[in-house]
Design a protein around this ligand. Structure first.
Ligand SMILES: C[S@@+](CC[C@H](N)C(=O)[O-])C[C@H]1O[C@@H](n2cnc3c(N)ncnc32)[C@H](O)[C@@H]1O
Length: 286
């Protein structure tokens, strides 16, 4: 962001789309390891999806939509597990180009739709048995009530909604610096703010030596408290079935303070019970 300029709603999504197009190139250039294995092994499911797959029961004959699907590394798992129709929606055209290539190479049928999540209802025909979204999603959305209404509008009666995401309390402190002491300073707002936090990032949460740098660095993010998220889903007409908070993260925010478990998840090395790093919500539409 140029000094002295304030991002406006017109530019939020334009900047974020450009930033995510560059991130897709970075991730395909080495940031997301394991894509070749996911294509080659016809039974492979991404770690992110595998940890939750049992919650969804038998997927055969089910229609599934994955909001903010990025490269589709989780999305293809629904097709692999026999879902009838699988749709992935994302703001980034480069992400969807790569997602289509990955699904084609894996021989799987997935419809990828280029749309802002807020426009998903207009962009996609039909209703769904499962709306799925996970890991790094709500921080890109300014209006959580509008998002919850979109989720509800995509569900069939009896359909299920699932989200696993970074915990908003984790988001208040992740930017404390690479050499921060272990006292985890709260720096950012916990509660939703009208104005985004605007960042300039050349790298990504999933990076690799030699991967292309992000050129369109400006990106805008929002934090939403757990109560705001739950209340938005209730207001949108959904019934909340499960709320979980976990001391595990999918990514390493502070290499000197975190350790990786055998299953790939990260937790604080000392006293991990201090801080929730992810939350899960399961809900359904009556
Ligand atoms: C962190 S990624 C999700 C990652 C996914 N869990 C994975 O492991 O691949 C966030 C995704 O949200 C998308 N996104 C950001 N803002 C969006 C919006 N307003 N509408 C739709 N997609 C959006 C980005 O393009 C990006 O692909």
């Amino acid at each position: 962001m140029k000094p002295g300029t304030t991002p406006t709603p017109d530019t939020w999504f334009v900047d974020n789309e450009a930033n995510w197009d560059d991130r897709a190139d970075l991730h395909m250039g080495g940031g997301y390891s394991g894509i070749d294995g996911l294509i080659a092994d016809k039974s492979a499911i991404s770690n992110e999806l595998a940890q939750d797959l049992a919650r969804f029961g038998d997927l055969s004959g089910k229609d599934v939509i994955h909001l903010q699907c990025h490269l589709g590394t989780d999305t293809i798992g629904f097709a692999r597990r026999g879902a009838n129709r699988v749709v992935g929606v994302d703001l980034s055209a480069n992400s969807l180009r790569d997602a289509r290539n990955i699904a084609d190479a894996a021989g799987l049928s997935v419809e990828y739709v280029h749309a802002n999540v807020y426009d998903a209802r207009a962009a996609v025909e039909g209703d769904f048995d499962l709306v799925y979204t996970s890991l790094g999603v709500l921080c890109w959305l300014p209006d959580i009530d509008r998002w919850a209404r979109t989720v509800a509008s995509l569900l069939k009666p009896g359909g299920a909604f699932f989200i696993r995401d970074d915990h908003p309390m984790f988001m208040t402190i992740w930017d404390i610096g690479d050499d921060a002491p272990d006292d985890l300073l709260v720096k950012q707002s916990y509660f939703q703010q009208v104005h985004p936090l605007t960042w300039e990032d050349e790298g990504s949460y999933a990076d690799a030596p030699g991967a292309p740098r992000i050129k369109r660095t400006t990106n805008h993010q929002w934090n939403h408290s757990l109560a705001e998220i739950i209340t938005a889903l209730i207001r949108a007409g959904l019934v909340i079935d499960v709320v979980e908070e976990t001391p595990f993260s999918a990514w390493c925010a502070w290499p000197h303070l975190m350790v990786q478990e055998a299953d790939g998840r990260w937790r604080l090395r000392d006293n991990p019970e201090r801080l929730p790093l992810q939350f899960v919500i399961e809900a359904h539409k009556n």
